[in-house]
Ligand binder design. Structure first.
Ligand SMILES: [Fe+2]
Length: 214
C-alpha cells in the first residue's frame, strides 16, 4: 500500500468503535428520558385514580358510577403496565451501568409535558383527563419508537425489544381511550346532570314532543 493509499484509507474508513460508543450514550440518555416520563406518568395515574375512586364513592348517579368504574378499570390496568415499564427501564439502565436521572436533572422537555393536567379532580374534568392521557400515551409511543430504532442502530437488541414491547401496551391503551370517546363525553355530561343523549339511546326529552301536524 502506498503512503497515499494509506492516507485515503485513514480518511474514508468508518470509525465503528467511536460511532457505536456515541450511539450507546444516546441509548442511555433516551432510556433515562423515558424513565423520567414513566415516573411522572405513575405519579399522575395515582392522583387521577384516587380522584376517580373518591368521586365514584360519592356519586349518587348510576350512570356516572358505571362510567367511573370503567375508567378505573382501564386506567388502573395501565397504571400496573406503566409500573412494569418503569421497572424495565430501570433494570436496563442498571445492566448498562447507568442510573436513572434524579428528578432535578431532567430539566424541562418531557417532564414539563408530563406534568400536564392529569389528575384533575371532579367528574366534569374526567373528559380533560382522558384527553390528556390520550396525548400522553402518544408521547410515550413516539419516545419508544425513537428508542427502539436508536437501539437497533446501536446494536442493542435487548433495549430495542424492551422499547417495542412497552410501546405495544401504550398503543393498546391509546386505542382503548379512542374507543371510549362516547363514554368520556357521557361522563362529562352526566356528572353535571346534563342529558347525555348517547347515540345508542333515545334522547332524553325535556319537554313533551309537539304533536305531529297533519
Ligand atoms: Fe402508557
Amino acid at each position: 500500500m502506498t503512503e497515499h493509499e494509506a492516507d485515503e484509507r485513514r480518511t474514508f474508513e468508518p470509525r465503528p468503535i467511536a460511532g457505536e460508543a456515541a450511539l450507546r450514550r444516546k441509548v442511555a440518555a433516551q432510556l433515562k428520558a423515558l424513565h423520567a416520563l414513566k415516573s411522572a406518568a405513575l405519579r399522575m395515574f395515582d392522583a387521577m385514580l384516587s380522584a376517580v375512586r373518591a368521586e365514584r364513592a360519592a356519586s349518587s348517579l348510576a350512570e356516572v358510577e358505571d362510567l367511573l368504574g370503567r375508567m378505573l378499570d382501564a386506567f388502573g390496568g395501565h397504571r400496573e403496565e406503566t409500573a412494569a415499564h418503569e421497572r424495565g427501564l430501570r433494570r436496563r439502565l442498571s445492566e448498562l451501568g447507568e442510573r436513572p436521572s434524579a428528578p432535578r436533572e431532567i430539566g424541562m422537555g418531557l417532564a414539563a409535558l408530563a406534568r400536564g393536567n392529569l389528575g384533575r379532580i371532579g367528574g366534569q374534568n374526567q373528559g380533560a383527563n382522558a384527553r390528556d392521557a390520550f396525548v400522553f400515551e402518544h408521547l410515550e409511543i413516539a419516545s419508544y419508537e425513537l428508542l427502539e430504532r436508536l437501539a437497533e442502530r446501536a446494536g442493542d437488541l435487548a433495549t430495542a425489544e424492551l422499547a417495542r414491547s412497552a410501546r405495544v401496551e401504550d398503543a393498546a391503551m391509546a386505542d382503548k381511550i379512542a374507543r371510549n370517546w362516547d363514554n368520556v363525553l357521557s361522563l362529562m355530561l352526566a356528572s353535571e346532570q346534563i342529558p347525555t343523549n348517547r347515540p345508542d339511546q333515545s334522547p332524553v326529552a325535556e319537554t313533551p314532543p309537539a304533536p305531529a301536524s297533519s
